[in-house]
Design a binder for this molecule. Structure first.
Ligand SMILES: Nc1ncnc2c1ncn2[C@@H]1O[C@H](COP(=O)(O)OP(=O)(O)OP(=O)(O)O)[C@@H](O)[C@H]1O
Ligand SMILES: [Mg+2]
Length: 341
């Protein structure tokens, strides 16, 4: 059966892909991972199923993350992944192809932006709208971006941290740094090697970060067992790790995020600075849930930082709302020109 493709917003993230569908909200949330058979180039699994294979595949199967640091590092696989997610969320046989909005980090080059647009079109979109990630995050966090009032958004994702001051619907000052959730994991892996001679995998590092990670040492110390391979004798090993150690491991990464926030504040026009110090900083993205990040931002900037509701979903919700807005704006423009004919 043919049906009208619904218009959707896609948060094409380094860590996960989320799809927002008009009237239904978030209809898909899966890791941005694809498992490929290296001999036949066939896709064996996408999303959650592929993530379970990460680091555990036999030699001929490779589980890859086609996006790195917020940009596409493997075009062919990204296109196939987007096609799979579009089909999963809006079906395969359309009477009208879906209009799709996709977000990109604020500092991508024109070439990268065009690549995302082209890939989404190849993957099945009738029309593609590109929106900058901090703008989408702000819309999704419920900020009225069109007001003449400064709002600051700090979106800490997996691959990039996007920071922007938004007023009257646009970015006034922004930056995007390639220090985000994945880098915190890498810092933990490096720390475990250095301090404990223990080689741990990406998933273990992420569990440590989520369960006992902190960037603000103000609470009772908690511990967790980390399993890996002892680098000295090559045997499996388990070590008790403390939250204080995690704080030490992630200190540099956290400082990079703070530096970027201060950089944007420093470049912000004074009228908008006043708005921000009154309204506070809104934090979105999965990485913003890292324990103590809000307190650290507040301590280092003197401005209150608040975690948005459902921080992981903000960008997708904002992207979806943007496509609704863009489609409606086009409709009323068409209507207006018909009236003037
Ligand atoms: N409770 C938590 N505490 C700390 N970090 C978390 C938590 N939950 C998720 N994360 C981290 O959030 C990151 C993913 O966030 P998100 O889904 O917003 O990224 P993304 O949009 O895919 O990436 P990007 O925007 O950089 O392309 C991962 O690094 C993950 O480890
Ligand atoms: Mg994101």
């Amino acid at each position: 059966m043919l049906f009208y493709g619904s218009d959707i917003g896609i948060d094409l993230g380094t860590a996960s892909v989320l799809v927002y569908k008009k009237g239904q909200g978030i209809v898909l949330q899966e890791p941005s991972v694809v498992a490929v058979d290296k001999f036949t180039n066939e896709i064996l699994a996408v999303g959650e199923e592929a993530r379970r294979m990460l680091g555990k595949t036999p030699q001929h199967i490779e589980a890859v993350r086609p996006l790195k640091e917020g940009v596409i590092s493997d075009f062919d696989t990204t296109e196939r992944m987007i096609r799979y997610f579009i089909e999963k969320s809006v079906g395969k046989h359309w009477f009208r192809k879906p209009k799709i909005a996709v977000c990109v980090p604020s500092k991508v080059t024109e070439v990268e932006r065009r690549a995302v647009e082209e890939i989404t079109r190849f993957a099945g979109a009738g029309q593609v709208y590109i929106i900058e990630e901090p703008i989408a995050a702000a819309i999704g966090a419920g900020i009225d971006i069109n007001r003449p009032c400064g709002s600051m958004v700090v979106d800490i994702g997996g691959g990039t941290t996007d920071i922007a001051v938004i007023s009257l619907g646009g970015n006034v000052v922004s930056t995007s740094i390639r220090t985000a959730g994945d880098h915190f994991n890498e810092a933990i892996i490096r720390y475990m090697k250095r301090k404990h001679n223990l080689l741990i995998g990406e998933r273990t590092a992420e569990m440590l970060k989520i369960n006992i990670g902190t960037v603000y040492g103000d609470t009772a110390v908690v511990t967790m067992d980390a399993s890996g391979r002892n680098m000295l004798n090559g045997l499996p090993a388990k070590i008790k790790v403390t939250s204080d150690e995690m704080n030490e491991a992630m200190r540099e990464c956290a400082a990079a995020v703070i530096d970027a926030v201060r950089y944007v504040l420093d470049k912000t026009p004074p009228e908008l600075s006043a708005d921000i110090s009154e309204r506070g900083i809104v934090m979105t993205g999965g990485g913003a849930m890292l324990y103590g990040m809000d307190k650290l931002i507040k301590e280092k900037t003197g401005i209150n930082a608040v975690l948005a509701d459902e921080p992981i979903c903000c960008v997708a919700i904002g992207t979806g709302k943007y496509v609704e807005y863009a489609v409606n704006a086009e409709k009323s423009k068409r209507h207006e020109s018909q009236l003037t004919l």
